[in-house]
Design a protein around this ligand. Sequence first.
Ligand SMILES: Cc1cc2nc3c(=O)[nH]c(=O)nc-3n(C[C@H](O)[C@H](O)[C@H](O)COP(=O)(O)OP(=O)(O)OC[C@H]3O[C@@H](n4cnc5c(N)ncnc54)[C@H](O)[C@@H]3O)c2cc1C
Length: 468
Amino acid sequence: MAQLIEQLISAVGKAAVITDPRDAAPYATDWRKRYFGKPLAVVKPGSTAEVAAVVRLCAASGTGIVPQGGNTGLCGGATPDAGGGQIVLKLSRLNRIRAIDPVNNTITVEAGCVLANLQQAAVAAGRLFPLSLAAEGSCEIGGNLSTNAGGTAVLRYGNARDLVLGLEVVLPDGQIWNGLRALRKDNTGYDLKQLFVGAEGTLGIITAAVLKLYPRPSARTTALVALASPAKALDFLSHMQDACGDRVTGFELMSAFCLLLVARHFPATRLPLKEDYPQYVLLELSDTASAENLDAALQGALAKAAERGLILDAAVAASGAQAAALWALRENIPEAQVLEGQQIKHDISVPISSIAEYIAVTGAELQRAFPGVRMVTFGHLGDGNLHYNIAPPEHADENAFMARASEVSRVVHDSAARFGGSISAEHGLGQYKREEILRYKSPLEMDLMRRIKAALDPQGIMNPGKVL
Ligand SMILES: Cc1cc2nc3c(=O)[nH]c(=O)nc-3n(C[C@H](O)[C@H](O)[C@H](O)COP(=O)(O)OP(=O)(O)OC[C@H]3O[C@@H](n4cnc5c(N)ncnc54)[C@H](O)[C@@H]3O)c2cc1C
């Protein structure tokens, strides 16, 4: 081990290898503080060549490599085990924008580029990079691609997977695959880049990517809409898409309980509607045409929705600050949950048309099995993706409730499976759902995944114990 540390230092420099456990601690646990690892070292290469050198050394010594970007993942995918034999490979120093081509509408970036910085670089070139999520100030594009991140703009622009045209990857034997193609059409065999997207670092290390850019909307309008039920929200989604087409770029469902938690834990919160309602949708429209057109389209569509009895009330943001305040309602939900106490978190998806029935059926089943539980239901309704989180009954013993977490999750996940859904819509499997997925994917599908893993990483050094 001492020899490997010496070799790593000669490959990347002394300052880029952390071995003191106190200094390594922030890299050894996950965002939710659910997993605590003990890395042999945290290694911070500064270039693709250095990444490849580190991987070759690890391959030669059979050392496990845990890639880490911004460390905001929610399934423990970037946390090493507690055995003290794995290295954390921190990609954050690979943070350059290599090229922007506004005519081709592409940007070439290194894996450690923070998502918000990448968005800014696109704006500076008069373009939009649409991937957007609450962790965008810390998560990195390599992590986004490796988890196939979703976020709030999937409805219009797709997941991270849909935004990638090319990748540069360091393979588990240290070879560098340069697949940095900037092509929208390329039917020359298997689409290898897509193997690495969503692989959570188990097949190789993404070091750079060519990503799609879009025209930058010149107008954006945001509204908080009150509704009677998730079923009405679904009808409202169809109504808005019929009326405004792909100008509907955000459609986030939030139950009344979610907003109550935000108001409780963020005292500056001001709800713009006078009354309380059972459900809310945060709606965003954007367009490259004029703001007046967009406002008129929104107002017209809202008026018709009210006439048809789809919505109960709505508040439209009159300024950028008001729009940001509306988005804060949605984005503060995860933090408000943490401040409220322990909850059992889920990230399920079902076909969009089944969402309302899923919520009704699963909620009833949970109330029968665990009377008094409180559902913190919010998410990307337009993508069929819910963060269907369960808080203990008011005044219940939190720890006793959390001890039954797997029973609660079984109800939630089995129900999603009955609706043809997924137990991980956008957060991945990591170590958190590695065992759980075995119940829901067929043995054949698991076998195919294992065969791909064995073909690319026969030594099993890439992020051991994650996904598979
Ligand atoms: C407040 C909050 C809100 C969030 N909202 C969303 C949301 O709306 N949608 C969503 O999808 N996710 C969301 N997430 C989850 C998280 O932000 C995403 O999964 C994000 O894509 C992770 O990026 P990261 O750089 O932090 O990756 P990390 O956490 O560092 O790593 C995630 C996984 O990718 C692997 N990895 C990282 N970099 C590389 C690389 N260069 N090559 C190979 N493997 C690599 C790691 O080994 C790990 O398995 C949220 C998280 C938080 C804390």
